[in-house]
Design a protein around this ligand. Structure first.
Ligand code: PMP
Length: 307
């Protein structure tokens, strides 16, 4: 999906014109993947645009930066305010936000520590990541031959730019083979996550999702869905899942900020359940899509109004 230009971009403390948001080609992060980032969504509500789980995203950004020993020259509160500022400056009531902290221009080489840290925040309108029709029809996935980066290779809990070439290998392999998305296993052979989504399966009315120790990202949508499911009376287990668990599930779905909640209808050419969005997925998806729009009182605390 091509990026749609907007008016303003937040760069190192200032709102600049979109066209002026540029870096030098010798930017460290461009060569060595030395950046950390977030993906956040803004939803329209009856009280104006709201950021979904703003403080959780900012906290995760700082945690990722901590792992890579990057000092962000702003507080978490200032960063949260900057996210709101750039959304407001562009007058958008529904969009995606991409905060990025990266090693900029200064020195080359594999020691990133002397290189200055830059912070920028981009926003742009971004629709359904896996396609509008996927919300109902679901997607076809392929278990990737590429393994998710292990805890002692690149910590999967930190959203570092460089680690996403691992996800890209899996995504491209799946697309080339005619599937919509990849599911990556960890080195022990258990499901970690999709290229940019967490995975849930439903069996006999119980939801299961891999634990953080399996090497998935601790997704904020995942966390929201766990809360929604438990509040609706479902049991949710965080446990290792094998490809057998996926193939024989009654239902399966992805969760993610970009993807939101999307059913998985087929895995490696095996239909999952009836190959249609199952009743549990449908219920959780409906609540999830309503919550960020301020339509569920119990989850209003997940929203931070832009104004
Ligand atoms: N796993 C990976 C590898 C991801 O990149 C993402 C997207 N951030 C997710 C899971 C889902 O996380 P979240 O719900 O916080 O967007």
């Amino acid at each position: 999906m091509p990026i749609q230009a907007v008016e303003k971009f937040w760069m190192d403390g200032q709102l600049v014109d979109w066209a002026d948001a540029k870096v030098h080609v010798l930017t460290h992060a461009l060569h060595y993947g030395s950046g950390v980032f977030e993906g956040v969504r803004i939803y329209p509500t009856d009280r104006g645009p709201a950021v979904f789980r703003l403080h959780d995203h900012v906290r995760r950004l700082f945690r990722s930066a901590h792992v890579y020993q990057m000092d962000i020259p702003y507080t978490q509160e200032e960063t949260a305010d900057a996210i709101r500022d750039v959304v407001r400056a562009n007058g958008l009531d529904s969009c995606y936000v991409r905060p990025l902290v990266f090693r900029g221009f200064g020195e080359m080489g594999l020691n990133p520590l002397p290189v200055p840290v830059s912070v920028c925040i981009a926003v742009w309108p971004w629709g359904a990541y896996l396609g509008e029709e996927a919300f109902e029809a679901g997607v076809r996935v392929k278990i990737s031959s590429w393994k998710r980066n292990d805890h002692n290779m690149l910590p999967p809990g930190a959203k570092a730019t460089g680690q996403y070439i691992n996800s890209s290998l899996a995504k491209v392999e799946a697309l080339n083979a005619g599937y919509d998305e990849a599911i990556m296993l960890n080195v022990a052979g258990y499901i970690a996550d999709g290229s940019g989504q967490n995975v849930f399966v439903v069996k006999d009315g119980v939801l299961s999702t891999p634990p953080g120790s399996a090497g998935c990202l601790d997704g904020i949508t995942r966390d929201s869905v766990i809360a929604i499911a438990r509040d609706a009376g479902y049991q949710v287990a965080e446990r290792n899942l094998s490809r057998f668990d996926l193939y024989t599930a009654d239902e399966a779905f992805f969760t993610g900020t970009a993807a939101e909640v999307v059913p998985i209808r087929e895995a490696d050419d095996r239909p999952i359940g009836s190959r249609e969005r199952g009743p549990v997925t449908k219920e959780i998806q409906a609540t999830f899509l309503a919550a960020p729009r301020g339509e569920v009182d119990a989850y209003r605390s997940w929203l931070s109004l832009v104004d």
